[in-house]
Design a binder for this molecule. Structure first.
Ligand code: ZN
Length: 380
């Protein structure tokens, strides 16, 4: 059975090689040498112990290097290690089992009837237990949630879970699972998933915007995430977008929360129609031309485009990934979103790629698994 492969401590050049292959592999040796500016001799020296330890493997079709000696690309064995990622919402726990490259192998979901910390930890432990039964062993667990995370271990004032004060979530889950546990803000976790294994791979600067129950925002510059506990506060949610918009809970008129969250869209459509509507129903009515829903949703789409332009104008990113469980609004009205984006960009400004994409809800949990992988590989 596979032993736990230890990524740390590795000599720094060997570590760089191993991480490069994990994120971008399989890679020919010549490509690794070029990417990391290493001589062939240095690369040979550092890869031999990695191959001997089984951390790297030779794989793929043999390429002849002209001298008749076969050169095999280097790769990791993704199935050598497994991780569980968990995302907490107000009423459910979503879990995914992944391999070392964050491929999702299985998913689990469980209701959250009792939101007290010990009860939540028990549900997480049940999900970890069920997923762990599918593989020889788990390396570690990542847990993500909306809110402020400190020291990759505690969750503070999580509004979704109704928690006040600081909850030592990593210790609670670790005690019940016996595994290393890392806690991470959910938006930061998704950002890391995009940076290492997603659409942000190899992109030096990009932003992630999520809309749905709340609004989430995070930014990567020079290939590194801007880590701030304020990501967990959701500060982008109160950026003003429309002077005629509805009110948010903080009393702002037309801020991002008031314009873009699914609850705000439902409330505004519900006021006009005089009845309660779901988010999917509100979007459907808008598509069908209902005058109330269309007015609300089209205004939201314009606000969405303005927010994207604001992000591009102030952070100089090359790419904005826009997603989240409320992203159907932007997809339904994508021409409106893009027109508003263009209208608020300088004519000489660089092109920014807008990637507005639907993602399964488990993407949040996969992000937590990616942070567990990164913590295992990089330390902290
Ligand atoms: Zn607000």
């Amino acid at each position: 059975m596979s032993e736990q492969k230890s990524w740390l401590p590795l000599e720094s050049t060997a570590h760089r090689v191993a991480v490069e292959v994990l994120v971008h592999g399989p890679l020919p040796r010549s490509e690794i040498a070029r990417r990391l500016d290493l001589s062939p001799a240095t690369l040979s020296r550092v890869t031999k112990p990695l191959l001997d330890a089984g951390l790297l493997i030779e794989t793929g079709p043999q390429a002849q290097n002209g001298l008749g000696r076969p050169s095999l690309p280097l790769d990791v064995d993704p199935s050598s290690q497994h991780f569980v990622g968990v995302k907490l919402t107000a009423d459910e726990v979503h879990g995914v089992l992944t391999d070392l490259r964050a491929h999702v192998l299985a998913t689990e979901v469980a209701p959250l009837a009792d939101r007290r910390p010990a009860a939540v930890a028990a549900v997480i432990a049940q999900i970890v237990h069920r997923l762990s039964g599918l593989v020889p062993r788990l390396t570690s667990v990542g847990v993500s949630a909306g809110g402020i995370v400190d020291d990759a271990a505690t969750l503070k004032d999580s509004a979704y879970l109704g928690w006040e004060g600081t909850v030592p979530l990593a210790d609670l889950v670790g005690d019940q699972t016996g595994l290393p546990v890392v806690v991470v803000n959910d938006v930061e976790a998704w950002t890391e998933a995009e940076r290492w294994f997603g659409d942000g791979r190899g992109v030096q600067s990009f932003a992630l915007l999520t809309t749905g129950v709340g609004t989430g925002y995070s930014v990567v510059t020079h290939g590194q995430p801007t880590t701030s506990r304020d990501v967990g506060v959701g500060v982008a949610g109160h950026i003003p977008l429309d002077p005629w918009g509805p009110l948010c809970r903080a009393g702002h008129r037309g801020c991002a929360e008031a314009m873009l969250t699914s609850g705000s869209v439902c409330a505004a459509v519900g006021v006009g129609l005089g009845r309660v509507v779901t988010y999917a129903e509100a979007l459907g009515l808008a598509r069908d031309g209902d005058p109330v829903a269309r007015t609300v949703v089209e205004a939201a789409a314009r606000a969405y485009g303005r927010l994207l332009a604001l992000i591009a104008n102030l952070t100089f990113v090359e790419l904005i990934i826009a997603s989240g469980d409320g992203v159907d609004l932007a997809l339904d009205w994508e021409p409106v979103v893009r027109a508003e984006f263009r209208a608020h960009r300088h004519p000489l400004a660089s092109d920014v790629t807008l990637l507005i994409k639907r993602a399964p809800f488990t993407e949040w949990a996969r992000g937590a698994a990616v942070v567990a992988i990164m913590t295992h590989v990089m330390g902290q």
